[in-house]
Write a protein that binds this ligand. Structure first.
Ligand SMILES: [Zn+2]
Ligand SMILES: [Zn+2]
Length: 270
């Protein structure tokens, strides 16, 4: 049971290819843990939109989430989507957004152009795995600056989950500080939020995605809007790491956390 009111704004169900959890079970677990708001953000990998039937998946997710709203006492259940690589298939992404009244849209990048998801890459045979990160952060900047139709930028340091966490490749993040500052400045100017993804805490990397140093920098640059999510793919992980994430945010000077309804931020005290 959580000791404070916290939302979980990043979760997946069986409408995502990498989860088998029914919406109802995730909602029941969130209610039991005392989560205040649960946003279900099933995957839409825009680059594989047709191949993996994301149109149907998201239609299914949206309807199933709507059907559970109001069924779990005080728990507010919200309809979201994790929109990945929208710039790689802008037509599909635009159509998806215009055909559902989402509460919340996460923007993310799991796969840079011409490559598979970072999850599937083999880093042992690469001469310079950090070159991939240069391209990754360029696509992150493109997502924020040129696409822009999302509410919160998901797991800024996603590739590190695999590079540093799973493969133990050392990465000197100072190489990327310039472009990350530009990503933060663009986010702040456009009134969008930065996500603190707590999944890293229960994975090999053992860190928030992004971690404290990035949250501090975002704050220094004037960032105020943050969202938090467990990225749970099963009910047991709903709400996992939220309290640790909230404590780090507080220590970085954030006083509020945003939760989105009808794509408008509502600020909850941290
Ligand atoms: Zn993701
Ligand atoms: Zn996710």
């Amino acid at each position: 049971m959580l000791k404070m009111n916290l939302p979980d704004s990043h979760t997946h169900t069986l409408f995502s290819p990498d989860s088998e959890e029914p919406v109802e079970k995730l909602c029941a677990a969130a209610a039991e843990k005392g989560i205040s708001h649960l946003t279900i953000t099933d995957h839409c990998e825009c680059n594989d939109f047709e191949k993996d039937s994301y149109g149907e998946r998201i239609r299914g997710s949206f309807a199933a989430v709507k059907a559970q709203q109001g069924s779990f006492g005080k728990l507010q259940i919200l309809c979201g989507v994790e929109l990945a690589q929208p710039m790689q298939n802008p037509q599909a992404a635009r159509k998806l957004l215009s055909s559902h009244a989402f509460d919340f849209v996460l923007g993310s990048i799991h796969a840079i152009r011409g490559k598979q998801d970072f999850y599937f890459l083999d880093y042992t045979s690469m001469d310079d795995p950090c070159a991939l990160l240069d391209r990754y952060f360029e696509e992150e900047l493109e997502l924020v600056r040129d696409w822009g139709d999302f509410d919160s930028l998901a797991h800024l340091t996603y590739p590190l989950r695999y590079l540093m966490g799973e493969y133990g490749v050392p990465v000197d993040l100072r190489r990327f500080s310039g472009i990350i500052d530009e990503i933060f400045r663009t986010l702040i100017r456009s009134g969008r939020a930065l996500e603190v993804n707590t999944s890293g805490l229960r994975q090999k990397i053992g860190k928030l995605l992004p971690d404290r140093e990035f949250l501090q920098r975002y704050r220094e640059l004037g960032g105020k809007l943050v969202t938090i999510g467990s990225d749970a793919h099963k009910a047991a992980d709903a709400g996992s790491g939220l309290e640790e994430g909230a404590a780090v945010l507080r220590s970085c000077g954030f006083a509020e956390i945003a939760v989105y309804e009808k794509r408008n931020p509502r600020l909850l005290p941290l």
